[in-house]
Design a protein around this ligand. Structure first.
Ligand SMILES: *Cc1c(COP(=O)(O)O)cnc(C)c1O
Length: 407
């Protein structure tokens, strides 16, 4: 790795060198299809690049039957090969613990299959759907929430019925928001992705489109000017990236996010709280600061789902709350995401956070700030009429009766 620019705030965004792939041309290295074709997918390849620990070697041999191994050369070069505890390594190199699920872990911990009206569509919330358009990613996160269907070797297969999905969205006028995910939708060619986006845009009640993708992180080369020019035709279109550690915020990622932002695409980040990766308030703060510099708004921090074989990567909720406490008030509000637990069994995302309300009754609310100082705010009685309204004028003469005047 070399410094992007000496001095100034950009020096924290390192450019990723070709490393062991020094023999390939820069043109090939910058070509996203070359990156995909040359992913590290076998034990032999990985052993040539990295001195694996026993746990990792067994992990590659055994866990590969549950969630495939794949790492793009670009992302591989972020791994500190001399450090078995490297936070990048922990996210993508399988470990034997993956094959030892805890008793409370599940294949489909969010009960997505039970909330699928048609194959590939998850309709959990009243006004929006999750559209699983592919089961493939550029690289595989070892804590994948959809490891049951993703990568092609899991216990199930994703069989998205596109015609049925489009029909379902068309027939359900309450759906105003469609979230494309998978797998990673940006793995599709521009043409294939445009076909999906244009079909959705043709449905009048679909107001809001968004894509969930880790490709800007695993494969920033994919974010070509052509892709951005295509995406911007389908506004309002938002994109959520997924990054967990400040090391992932490289010069390449910053440029990819810049191209997306310049195409008018608002960017958010969804991080997963992971043990030995980002279970530390200083790490999380640095990540969120780097995201702001890349014009990405930290959106969610997820408590790690109860997916089979992820126990070794899970942190306590207590730790998550501690991190949130260290962010709120101590740094830019835009750098403070919402911490959520996606409720096991399919309850959806539930916000959790430190308690700032100490007491609350009809007369007052007692709150504390980020420094622990306590404040009182007098509570308002909503039953009192609003001055200047018909209800308010009437109330001057007659005591408040009911809500009929406003309705
Ligand atoms: C996360 C999720 C969404 C989107 O939730 P937001 O809070 O609106 O970002 C929609 N559907 C499903 C099934 C989800 O898991």
């Amino acid at each position: 790795m070399q410094l992007d620019e000496p001095g100034g705030r950009t020096e924290r965004f390192l450019s990723v060198g070709r490393g062991p792939w020094g023999h390939v041309s820069q043109t090939e290295w910058n070509d996203w299809r070359w990156q995909l074709r040359n992913r590290v997918t076998t034990l032999t390849q990985l052993e040539q690049l990295l001195a694996l620990t026993k746990e990792e070697r067994l992990g590659v041999q055994l866990a590969g039957h549950h969630l495939a191994l794949a790492i793009t050369p670009y992302f591989f070069n972020l791994i500190d090969v001399n450090n078995p505890a490297c936070p990048i390594r922990r996210q993508v190199v399988p470990r034997i613990e993956e094959t030892q699920p805890a008793a409370w872990e599940m294949a489909d911990s969010l009960a997505e299959d039970d909330h699928s009206p048609v194959p590939g569509l998850v309709h959990r919330y009243p006004d929006r759907v999750l559209f699983l358009v592919t089961d493939r990613c550029a690289a595989y996160c070892r804590y994948c929430t959809r490891s049951r269907v993703v990568s092609g070797v899991g216990e199930q297969h994703l069989e998205t019925d596109f015609t049925a999905a489009f029909n379902y969205i068309r027939e359900h006028s309450e759906i105003r928001d469609v979230l494309l995910s998978g797998g990673d939708p940006l793995l599709f060619s521009d043409e294939r992705l445009e076909h999906i986006l244009s079909n959705l845009r043709a449905i009048p009640h679909v107001e809001f489109l968004r894509i969930g993708s880790r490709i800007p992180i695993f494969l920033p080369q994919r974010i070509t000017p052509e892709l951005c020019a295509m995406l911007k035709k389908y506004h309002p279109l938002w994109l959520s990236i997924h990054t967990n550690h400040p090391k992932e915020a490289t010069a390449e990622v910053r440029e990819a996010c810049g191209r997306l932002a310049d195409a008018g695409i608002p960017l958010g980040n969804q991080a997963v709280l992971l043990r030995g990766v980002n279970d530390d308030s200083a790490v999380m703060k640095e990540l969120n600061h780097k995201l702001l510099m890349m014009r990405v708004r930290p959106y969610y921090i997820y408590q790690c789902d109860l997916v089979k074989g992820t126990h070794h990567l899970r942190t306590s909720v207590r730790k998550g709350l501690e991190i949130m406490e260290a962010l709120r008030g101590h740094t830019t509000g835009y750098a403070v995401p919402q911490y959520v637990i996606d409720a096991p069994g399919g309850g959806g995302k539930v916000p959790v956070g430190p308690q700032y309300i100490l007491a609350h009754d009809r007369q007052r609310i007692i709150i504390r700030n980020y420094e622990g100082k306590v404040f009182e705010y007098p509570e308002v009685l909503d039953e009192q009429p609003v001055p200047g309204t018909v209800r308010g004028e009437a109330a001057v003469r007659a005591p408040y009766s009911n809500h009929a005047i406003c309705s």
